[in-house]
Design a protein around this ligand. Structure first.
Ligand SMILES: C[S@@+](CC[C@H](N)C(=O)[O-])C[C@H]1O[C@@H](n2cnc3c(N)ncnc32)[C@H](O)[C@@H]1O
Length: 324
């Protein structure tokens, strides 16, 4: 037990039994100290945990720093701190994570949506004119983060979101309902298998892309392995998607896939081998190559039914790919 935790436990849990109380500000300070060893943002973690325990908005913490915690709340906070010290992500402890400014429920069946994935959303939105009713497929939807973000910005689109994990889909559907989004259909199955007979204008995915023996898995042990690991080199899921997604795309349609910062060249090769063209990798805000976009061949008549390719090329020409 760390020194910080000892102080925390003595100050809150046992201290209250002997008649001591702790106020909000002291609880935050003590909790942040206890979490220093496991978090880059211990104060923020402390605030999020306390807000979740109190079931109050974050502003309550700043408006009422002197308010005393009840014994029950102090004990619940202490239990969450213990779990955080065991490296559980804050989002699993609070049951929620914000993505694209939308609060989303998460569980241990879903990946915790990452800020990096918002770049995949931004790149996708750049390809969908505001008034377009394109058909969009989100493969491996998890909590529904990508599909829900796109749906919230492009309500005229028809979105299908798939996942192999039924528990993840239950969470995703609940998130869509929570945000009153009715243009997403959730389907369970192995990558494109549930949509074998459908065509789309855009396919997007943040698939698992961590290599089996990657040391990073030690830090990610609370999240579902199926959401993270994709074979020996981390590319198995991207290979499956690259091989199959073209069959479901209207000619000229686009695939956007997130991947590791060190996978740019390998992903481009996989896509080229499967016949994709106009392959380009988009940098994130740290200038790391994280999202690759590729176009499927125009259909046999050479028509591009949704004008997506034209739209994309125009966006590229004016260097506006990242603008919503
Ligand atoms: C990296 S997570 C992405 C989750 C979510 N889209 C996000 O960005 O937060 C990958 C997702 O792919 C799903 N998945 C893994 N293997 C799959 C498969 N064979 N078919 C469909 N989905 C799969 C996992 O269950 C997980 O939800």
């Amino acid at each position: 037990m760390s020194k910080g935790l000892q102080y925390y436990a003595n100050g809150i849990v046992y201290g209250q039994k002997s008649g001591m109380t702790i106020d909000i500000e002291s609880a935050l300070t003590t909790t942040a100290q206890a979490l220093q060893s496991v978090s880059d943002s211990p104060r923020l973690d402390a605030e999020l945990l306390l807000v979740s325990v109190l079931d109050e908005p974050r502003s309550h913490l700043f408006a009422h720093p002197d308010e005393a915690l009840s014994t029950e709340d102090a004990v619940r906070l202490s239990a969450l701190v213990q779990r955080r010290l065991n490296h559980e992500p804050i989002a699993y402890l609070t049951g929620e994570k914000e993505f694209w400014s939308l609060p989303l429920m998460v569980s241990t069946a879903t990946l915790v949506p990452r800020p990096e994935t918002e770049l995949l959303v931004a790149a996708t939105l750049a390809l969908i004119p505001r008034d377009a009713s394109m058909a969009v497929l989100d493969l491996g939807t998890g909590s529904g983060a990508i599909a829900i973000a796109i749906s919230s910005e492009r309500p005229l689109c028809r979105i299908v979101a798939t996942d192999l994990s039924s528990p993840a889909l239950t969470i995703a559907a609940a998130n869509a309902e929570r945000h009153e989004l009715t243009n997403i259909t959730f389907l369970q199955g192995d990558w494109l298998e549930p949509v074998a007979d459908r065509t789309f204008d855009l396919v997007v995915s943040n698939p698992p892309y961590v290599a089996e023996n990657d040391a990073a898995m030690n830090l990610l042990r609370c999240e579902p392995r199926i959401a993270l690991v994709a074979g020996e080199d981390g590319l198995d899921a991207i290979r499956r998607i690259a091989a199959d997604a073209g069959k479901n795309l209207l000619g000229g349609g686009a695939l956007l896939v997130e991947h590791g910062a060190d996978q740019e060249e390998a992903v481009a090769q996989v896509l080229a081998d499967e016949g994709w063209d106009n392959i380009q990798c988009l940098p994130d805000l740290s200038n790391l190559p994280r999202v690759t976009c590729a176009l499927w061949k125009p259909n046999e008549e050479g028509q591009e039914p949704v004008g997506l390719r034209t739209h994309l090329l125009r966006q590229q020409a004016t260097n506006r790919l990242w603008i919503k």
